[in-house]
Design a protein around this ligand. Structure first.
Ligand code: DUC
Ligand code: ZN
Ligand code: ZN
Length: 460
């Protein structure tokens, strides 16, 4: 089956061009001006941008948290992602204590197989290394899961000590893997949380006030020192503050292989949101927390200066009714996480391109190309080039779209950006040459999202 995309403006991280794209089977086979072939299906992209499908490298679908589970599974989450122009995700599989990494991976495969509408890979969350960690890390990398996440926060559940982080950095880098770190000082935060609750401070905003920027920056600094000692690359997930950003900048200035990720919530939301009345602030409880407004501009600046490499979502949806309410009388019991898988390209386009903070090419780089490169998917994903998977989004820069929980496709009862006006939207979306959304209408009858075995990361 062949398909021709005509008359669009192709935007990649490197270039902007007026060319047609021929797709044969799963792949892009020709990119040339004015391709004419009779008798095949044509998509007319006149007046539209033609971009590589978005790559969201930070999601939590079907993720258990205490007695509840994140509300989107691999079916609803990947469908919502596609509506926003994302065609690849990397989700976090979790190895809990006492469990081998292989077991966790099989478990996550069972969650996703046959359910996903877009392609997916996994990272492995590691909560303990165990006796055979060297073998385990090697096996997991061989299975195509080439990155691992460790936590410096949540003592008693996810947090690991510096010795574990150091070992993981060393061993995984020997086999070409990449360590992703959740950098917040968990012990310091726990003391602050206890003090707040003892003083009767129970409302959602204390989630942010007990995790000040210093608790993030100190952890980022320590993490970079550990990575330098281990001579290993390091990827800091969900950077939320200018303080943490400065540590990453410093690491980069020292020529250390440190990479930074931020998320739209840190570019668009602030402490004013978590302080909304009637417990509405709970909708904005995720970790690290929202910050004072001036951190937003610092992060945009970090994007401009390439201190931030990737914008991912950390999509981890819980309902306001029923889920977030669990913390009505105690902010520390509010499930941590917010929805966003559908709106990443929208928000970065509006706040970045339309507000003239970044170019169209940098937009594509941040949401597709750079994450694909870093996490071993390039050039199969993350670009429009001959031989790449035909994961393509037709983006209409003139289509107005107001974000709303009433119309979004995520299976969650609120949207953190409700009412935000976006000029620009994904209108047609292709996954490996198959049209899954056509002019805004769902066409994805088959769940033909597949697991991606990733190559070793490319951090340059
Ligand atoms: N960290 C994440 O990356 N996601 C959800 C919660 C958390 O602490
Ligand atoms: Zn985290
Ligand atoms: Zn996360």
């Amino acid at each position: 089956m062949a398909l021709l995309i005509k008359n669009g403006t192709i935007i990649t991280a490197e270039s902007t061009s007026q060319k047609d794209i021929l797709i044969e089977g799963d792949k892009i086979s020709r990119i040339e001006p004015n391709i004419i072939i009779d008798g095949i299906e044509i998509i007319n992209a006149i007046g539209k941008y033609v971009i590589p499908g978005g790559v969201d490298v930070h999601t939590h679908l079907d993720m258990p948290l205490g007695d509840i589970v994140s509300r989107d599974d691999f079916e609803t989450g990947t469908r919502a992602a596609a509506f926003g122009g994302t065609t690849t995700i990397i989700d976090y599989a979790t190895q809990t204590r006492g469990m081998r990494m292989q077991e966790a991976l099989e478990h996550w495969h069972r969650k996703a197989t046959g359910k996903a509408f877009i392609d997916y890979g996994f990272h492995m969350i590691v909560t303990e290394l165990g006796n055979s960690f060297d073998e385990d890390i090697k096996d997991i990398i061989r299975a195509g899961v080439t990155s691992f996440k460790l936590f410096m926060a949540y003592p008693g559940s996810l947090m690991v000590g510096d010795e574990t982080i150091f070992q993981a950095l060393k061993i995984s880098s020997e086999y070409g893997g990449l360590i992703c770190l959740h950098a917040e000082d968990g012990n310091d935060i726990d003391i602050r949380v206890k003090q707040a609750l003892e003083a009767g401070n129970i409302s959602p905003k204390y989630h942010a006030l007990t995790r000040p920027p210093s608790t993030e920056a100190i952890a980022v600094k320590r993490a970079i020192e550990l990575a330098a000692k281990a001579k290993a690359p390091l990827y800091i997930v969900h950077i939320s503050s200018s303080d943490a950003l400065k540590e990453v900048e410093h690491g980069k200035q020292m020529n250390l292989p440190v990479l930074g990720e931020t998320c739209p919530q840190y570019l668009f939301l602030s402490i004013d949101d978590i302080d909304r009345p009637n417990f509405e602030g709970a909708k904005y409880v995720f970790t690290p927390p929202v910050r004072e407004r001036d951190h937003q501009e610092a992060l945009w600046q970090g994007i401009k200066l390439n201190i931030i490499d990737v914008v991912a979502t950390d999509h981890c949806p819980f309902n306001f009714i029923g889920d977030k309410e669990l913390g009505h009388d105690n902010f520390s019991k509010i499930p941590n996480g917010g929805p966003g898988i559908e709106n990443r390209l929208h928000l970065l386009f509006e706040g970045g391109v339309n507000k003239k903070r970044i170019s169209l090419n940098r937009w594509v780089d941040l949401v597709s190309t750079r994450p694909a490169k870093i996490f071993g998917l390039f050039p199969r994903k993350g670009t429009i080039s001959i031989g790449s998977d035909a994961d393509i989004v037709i983006w209409d820069p003139n289509k107005e779209h107001i974000i709303s929980a009433r119309t979004h496709h995520m299976r969650v009862d609120y949207n953190m950006y409700d009412g935000t006006k976006i000029m620009g939207d994904a209108t047609t979306v292709l996954l490996r040459g198959k049209i899954i959304i056509s002019e805004g209408k769902w066409q994805g009858r088959l769940k033909h999202g597949t697991f991606l075995t990733r190559k070793t990361p490319n951090i340059r």
